[in-house]
Design a protein around this ligand. Structure first.
Ligand SMILES: Nc1ncnc2c1ncn2[C@@H]1O[C@H](COP(=O)(O)OP(=O)(O)OP(=O)(O)O)[C@@H](O)[C@H]1O
Ligand SMILES: [Mg+2]
Length: 268
């Protein structure tokens, strides 16, 4: 372990993972011998078709789903044995369709996991939540707002502050910029990049957004055929021959290129 040339232990270590759901009388195999290792400080983007099992993979890492076979370890411990408290202090999660608690204020949403722990007095919890509010670039004046009063970008920021309230070393993001307009999406990416650097976070992110992917990823892993078919830097992965990879990168690039053509553009 202490050898100078020894690699850092993985933050996430998925080994020969099988994820299976029962569908009526049949087994639905989502992952089959899927291997994935994430080193400290990486910002890994997971891409794959709809229904390829990206969210299920994040749920496995969170310990919400149990491997049918194989193992998922987070910081050396089986993910399914972390328990909800252990998971919250090690892993922050921004869910794909995750909404805030609509009956709670912004600050109460952010403070939620800390209050659940029941170890700190109210004023310290409030202070910690205010610090997180500012960390995600929101004004203290937003603290007492209700979620219904917030823009989409602000909701994402509050959800991020809530995910980071216990200072977890690992952050999981499921489509963090989906549904945001380009401006909000760019500024959310900048925030994620800054937090990744400043907090030394390890980040595993699912995204289908090429701009987000190129902006943030230190590595990309492609889920297809029930496993990771290729992983590497964005430019390495782009040239892989798998049909999904070709369609994803070249299709989207083609669409973007065509949007620059004068005939299809809007006048500005
Ligand atoms: N709790 C569940 N019970 C049964 N099947 C499930 C369950 N959760 C997910 N699945 C199935 O597992 C497959 C993978 O789902 P998953 O949500 O991981 O896809 P995804 O890659 O995240 O897709 P998307 O890009 O649309 O979010 C889908 O076929 C889905 O229907
Ligand atoms: Mg999903």
């Amino acid at each position: 372990m202490s050898r100078p040339d020894a690699p850092d232990p993985a933050v996430v270590d998925v080994d020969k993972l099988w994820s299976i759901f029962r569908d009526g009388g049949r087994d639905l195999v989502i992952h089959q011998d899927l291997d994935l290792s994430v080193a400290p400080g990486e910002m890994l983007s997971i891409v794959g078709g709809s229904g390829s099992g990206k969210t299920v993979l994040l749920r496995q890492i969170l310990g919400l789903q149990k491997p049918a076979r194989g193992s998922v370890r987070v910081l050396g411990q089986p993910a399914s044995e972390l328990g909800s408290e252990g998971a919250a202090s090690r892993i922050g999660m921004l869910f794909q369709h995750g909404a805030l608690f609509s009956a709670f204020t912004v600050l109460e949403n952010i403070a939620f996991a800390l209050r659940e722990l029941g170890t700190l007095p109210r004023d310290l919890i409030r202070e910690a939540a205010m610090a997180k509010l500012q960390m995600v670039g929101l004004d203290p004046a937003q603290a007492n707002k209700m979620p219904a009063e917030l823009s989409g970008g602000m909701i994402k920021r509050v959800a991020l502050a809530r995910a980071l309230i216990l200072d977890p070393p690992l952050l999981l993001l499921d489509e963090p910029t989906a549904g945001l307009d380009p401006g909000s999406s760019d500024s959310f990416c900048q925030l994620l990049r800054a937090l990744h650097q400043e907090l030394g976070l390890t980040v595993v992110m699912v995204t289908h957004d090429l701009d987000t992917l190129f902006e943030l990823s230190t590595r990309v892993a492609v889920v297809a055929d029930k496993r990771i078919v290729v992983s590497g830097t964005p430019t390495q992965v782009m040239t892989h021959s798998h049909p999904f990879v070709q369609a994803f990168f070249l299709g989207a690039r083609g669409r973007r290129a065509s949007s620059l053509l004068p005939s299809s553009g809007q006048t500005v």
